[in-house]
Design a protein around this ligand. Structure first.
Ligand code: NDP
Length: 260
């Protein structure tokens, strides 16, 4: 394990100081906010994105802002061989992997009659197969230490459905099923597996949605607004840490009451 970042009040309270955390899709949005939240807690964070320069630049920014060790690597989660190779390298270099946040995901809308095979491939290969590859690679490292915390990114759409998002909803429903199944299988190794199910969060992912559609979703949200990536990141950080030691197999809504 590499040296821990300085003990701050926050680091002590979350119990994440010195932990090795991997965040996929850490270059933007919820993933980037999660990188910051974990680094602020004193964790050593390895973030990934498809573009190496962007991943390294985002990591330097997080390291400079928090004083923690943050490194960036290129990784396309749809390439399972590359996932295995990178996670093996991370575990070797840092002496293990304590936390995985499998956040990388894509969203494309299409009505059922308009869905093309390549769209289905993109949703399933990234959101389902990519998430499963990362979970498997992290679990192998965690099983050796008989300890670990994994957080997956589900979605309210995977629980409730949403017109125009069949392929995405199916992929996120699969993530919820994976969360519960992996929690049952990995519990004996003291590995916890949970997911967050965000509602409407202000990131690039929803930037393409028509304003009236977002306004409709906000009107259905009890708190009457969209959420921020930081609000999701703080729940992910909680699920990664020892305060959630007896929490596993849960899909935790972070949706401002949209699910009600
Ligand atoms: P963004 O579009 O802002 O960011 C997506 C991230 O995923 C980027 O860092 C991107 O990296 C990465 N990524 C995409 N495809 C791949 C791939 N094949 N391999 C590696 N990395 C990849 O999305 P959000 O932050 O909004 O979403 C994060 C997660 O939260 C997703 O799983 C999403 O489904 C989920 N979610 C989001 C909601 C929202 O309202 N925003 C609601 C519910 C769930 P790069 O492009 O740099 O390679």
């Amino acid at each position: 394990m590499t040296s821990a970042a300085p003990e701050t009040g926050q680091a002590a309270s979350t119990g994440l100081a010195g932990r090795i955390c991997v965040v996929t899709g850490g270059t933007r949005g919820i993933g980037a906010a999660t990188v910051d939240a974990l680094a602020e807690a004193g964790a050593t964070v390895v973030l990934t994105g498809r573009d190496e320069a962007k991943a390294k630049e985002r990591a330097s920014r997080a390291a400079a802002a928090t004083g923690a060790t943050v490194v960036g690597h290129a990784l396309d989660v749809t390439d399972s061989a590359a996932v295995r190779a990178l996670f093996t390298e991370i575990a070797r270099e840092h002496g293990g992997i304590d936390c995985l946040v499998a956040n990388a995901g894509v969203l494309e809308d299409a009505l059922i009659g308009m869905i093309r095979d390549d769209l289905v491939d993109r949703m399933l290969s990234t959101n389902v197969a990519g998430t499963l590859s990362c979970l498997q690679a992290a679990a192998r490292a965690m099983m050796r230490k008989r300890s670990g915390a994994i957080v997956l990114l589900a979605s309210i759409v995977g629980e409730r459905g949403n017109a125009g998002q069949s392929a995405y909803a199916a992929s996120k429903g699969a993530v919820s099923a994976l969360t519960k199944t992996a929690a049952k299988e990995l519990g004996r190794y003291n590995i916890r597996v949970n997911a967050v199910a965000p509602g409407v969060i202000a990131t690039d992912m929803i930037a393409h949605l028509p304003e009236d559609l977002v306004a409709g979703r906000v009107a259905d949200t009890a708190l009457g607004r969209v959420g921020t990536p930081e609000e999701v990141a703080r729940v992910i950080r909680f699920l990664c840490g020892p305060d959630a030691a007896f929490v596993t197999g849960q899909i935790v809504g972070v949706d401002g009451g949209l699910v009600l």
